[in-house]
Write a protein that binds this ligand. Structure first.
Ligand SMILES: [Zn+2]
Ligand SMILES: [Zn+2]
Length: 252
C-alpha cells in the first residue's frame, strides 16, 4: 500500500466522530472497507448492516448460516498445540431465532500459517502468549465498533426519517408524521419503508410515497374523528344526539 493512500484513509477515519482506533490486525484500507463498504462479503448484496466485528466480516442474515460453527468439530481441525486455549477468534451472533457461536476459516488459516513456520518451543510459547493478548484486544475493539455502529445506524435512520417528513410536507402530511413520531407509533417509525439506513433518493421516494401518504391520511382521518367534540345536540331533530352532523341547526 502506498503511503499516500494510507494517509488518505487515515485522514478520512480521523474525521469520523467517535470511530474506534485502527486495530492491530487491519491496515487503513481494510478497516475502511469493513466500516464503510456495505456489501455482504459472501453474496455482495447491498445495504448490509450485519457486521461480525470479531470475525472482520459483513455477512447478511441469509449468508450467515453458511459460516462455520465454533464447535468441537471446528476445533478438532485446528492444531492441537493451541486449539483449546481460547485464542482463536469467535463471535456470537443471532441467526434466525437462535444465537450461534461462529468460527472463521480466514482466522483459522492465518493462525495455522503463522504457527507452522515456528521452529522452537520458545517461539511457539511466545506466539501463543502474543495471541492471547491480541485476542483480548480484538474483543475489546469489536465491542467498541459494535457500539459505534449501533449509534451510526440510528443516525442514518434518523436522517432518512427527517428526509421523509420533509417530502411529506408537500402533501400537507408532515404534521401528521410529526404526531406519529412524537407518539412513538410503530406503524410509522418502524414501517419497513421508513426504518432503513439507505439514503432517500427521488427514485425511492417516488416508489414509496403512495403507501405512506395513504397511511398518514388514514391516521389523520381517524385521529380527527376521535378528537371531534361530542356534545349532545339540543334540537328535537331525529338524528344521533352525539353528533351535530345532520342537524338542521348546526349540521350545515
Ligand atoms: Zn449475503
Ligand atoms: Zn340537532
Amino acid at each position: 500500500m502506498s503511503r499516500t493512500s494510507e494517509f488518505v484513509w487515515r485522514t478520512a477515519r480521523l474525521s469520523i466522530e467517535g470511530l474506534p482506533y485502527l486495530p492491530y490486525d487491519l491496515n487503513e484500507p481494510q478497516y475502511a472497507r469493513l466500516l464503510c463498504e456495505r456489501n455482504c462479503y459472501v453474496c455482495q448484496r447491498k445495504d448490509c448492516d450485519d457486521v461480525l466485528w470479531t470475525l472482520r466480516a459483513r455477512v447478511c442474515q441469509r449468508c450467515v448460516a453458511s459460516l462455520p460453527l465454533y464447535d468441537r468439530n471446528y476445533l478438532s481441525k485446528q492444531p492441537e498445540a493451541y486449539r483449546d486455549l481460547g485464542i482463536l477468534p469467535s463471535e456470537r451472533t443471532v441467526v434466525g431465532r437462535s444465537t450461534r457461536l461462529l468460527g472463521s476459516n480466514k482466522w483459522a488459516k492465518r493462525f495455522r500459517e503463522e504457527f507452522q513456520i515456528l521452529n522452537t518451543q520458545t517461539e511457539r510459547d511466545e506466539w501463543i502468549s502474543r495471541k492471547e493478548k491480541e485476542h483480548q484486544d480484538l474483543k475489546k475493539h469489536a465491542s467498541l465498533c459494535e457500539k459505534w455502529h449501533r449509534s451510526h445506524i440510528e443516525d442514518l435512520e434518523m436522517t432518512r426519517m427527517d428526509d421523509i417528513v420533509l417530502r411529506l410536507n408537500e402533501f400537507g402530511l408532515a404534521g401528521e408524521a410529526e404526531i406519529m413520531i412524537e407518539d412513538d407509533e410503530d406503524e410509522f417509525i418502524s414501517h419497513r419503508l421508513v426504518k432503513q439506513t439507505a439514503k432517500l433518493t427521488d427514485y425511492s421516494w417516488n416508489s414509496m410515497k403512495t403507501e405512506l401518504i395513504k397511511l398518514l391520511s388514514n391516521h389523520r382521518a381517524k385521529r380527527v374523528a376521535l378528537e371531534m367534540p361530542r356534545f349532545p345536540c339540543w334540537c328535537s331533530d331525529p338524528h344521533s344526539i352525539w353528533s351535530r352532523a345532520g342537524c338542521q341547526w348546526y349540521g350545515r
